[in-house]
Design a protein around this ligand. Structure first.
Ligand SMILES: [Zn+2]
Length: 335
């Protein structure tokens, strides 16, 4: 049930709250008066993606008002990014309704429009899973369809899906009715929606929503917010065949790990390996084994050569030069 937006006076707020709490079975209690809030969601109604969709988008054809509900996409992002931080459930005894209260962190800003850390609101579900009403204190929240409410509903739907999965995998779900199956009677919901039957995967949910929109309302701005899958039309076996065929290989590359030391590092390693300290007399044998130790492999040469080609503009050029005699100095000394 969606209500018209009202101005933010105390009187209007009371009226708004009254509307939200009114049902055909009488008036529901004000959530502020409830005390039995719990984190145990094992007995919550089976809130399906269909229920979420019907509430945020509507059962009828698309209209401008319905499309505004695509702030629900922002809601999905809030949910995905973990902005729903405190969701609590409160069943009502002998009643077909139950309450959820929530706290949702604002998007970019650290504070809400009225300086709070979170938007604290509530939503009311029927035992069938249908959303009866929702309330959020944010500016756009009076109609119960703001992004914060949307985030909460996505969170709730994921919780229901995951609960169902864990129940099914532990073998306790015999005779459980199937949920989330879309029937031909409802033309708005895309076909093949079975979110309650699979574990929750946000990317596949996005893709389903994208395809559904593509089919039913290709002009929708929302489509641009839903990333296209990389290459959905190439079947996996074909990709596998392509990449394993040598004829499709453009060039081969081998990767080799080459370590290059500076002269100082060579000296330190040699000193450690041979227990040499700075006060020792250095014998000719030690000098000779150090000279052997200094051997540089061809691949090390190649690395040093390619990485010092710009000489003074590369640090490696200085590192490698330090402790070595240049060819021209060697020539001067030796002739
Ligand atoms: Zn809100």
């Amino acid at each position: 049930m969606k209500q018209a937006k009202l101005d933010d006076t105390a009187e209007d707020r009371n009226k708004l709250m009254e509307d939200k709490l009114r049902t055909n079975d009488g008036k529901l209690p004000d959530p502020k008066t409830l005390t039995a809030w719990t984190n145990n969601f094992s007995n919550i109604p089976e809130f399906t993606f269909g229920d979420l969709y019907n509430y945020l988008v509507g059962k009828e054809d698309y209209s401008e008002e319905n499309l505004r509900s695509f702030k629900s996409l922002l809601g999905f992002k809030l949910f995905r990014d973990g902005h729903v931080i405190d969701l609590k459930y409160c069943p009502l005894e002998k009643n077909n309704f139950c309450f959820f209260k929530f706290k949702v962190k604002p998007t970019e800003r650290a504070k809400t429009e009225d300086g709070q850390a979170t938007y604290n609101g509530f939503t009311i579900l029927k035992s069938s899973g249908e959303v009866h009403a929702a309330f959020c204190p944010c500016k756009g929240g009076s109609d119960g369809c703001c992004r914060h409410v949307a985030a909460v509903l996505f969170d709730l739907q994921a919780t229901v899906s995951n609960n169902l999965m864990s129940t099914c995998t532990s073998g306790k779900c015999e005779g459980r009715k199937e949920v989330g199956i879309v029937t031909e009677k409802d033309p708005v919901k895309p076909h093949n929606f079975q979110p309650g039957l699979s574990s929750f995967d946000s990317s596949s949910m996005r893709e389903k929503l994208r395809r559904g929109l593509q089919q039913l309302y290709p002009q929708s701005v929302a489509i641009h917010f839903l990333p296209k899958p990389e290459d959905p039309d190439t079947p996996e076996p074909l990709v596998k065949e392509h990449i394993t065929n040598d004829a499709n290989v453009e060039r081969f590359e081998t990767v080799e790990n080459v370590t290059v030391y500076t002269m100082k590092e060579y000296a330190n390693i040699f000193k450690c390996q041979n227990n040499i300290d700075n006060n020792m007399d250095i014998s000719e044998d030690i000098v000779e084994s150090f000279m052997k130790f200094l051997s540089v492999s061809e691949s090390q040469c190649d690395v040093i050569c390619s990485k010092t080609v710009h000489q003074g503009s590369s640090q490696l050029w200085f590192d490698q030069g330090s402790g070595r005699i240049t060819a021209s100095n060697f020539y001067r000394c030796a002739t």
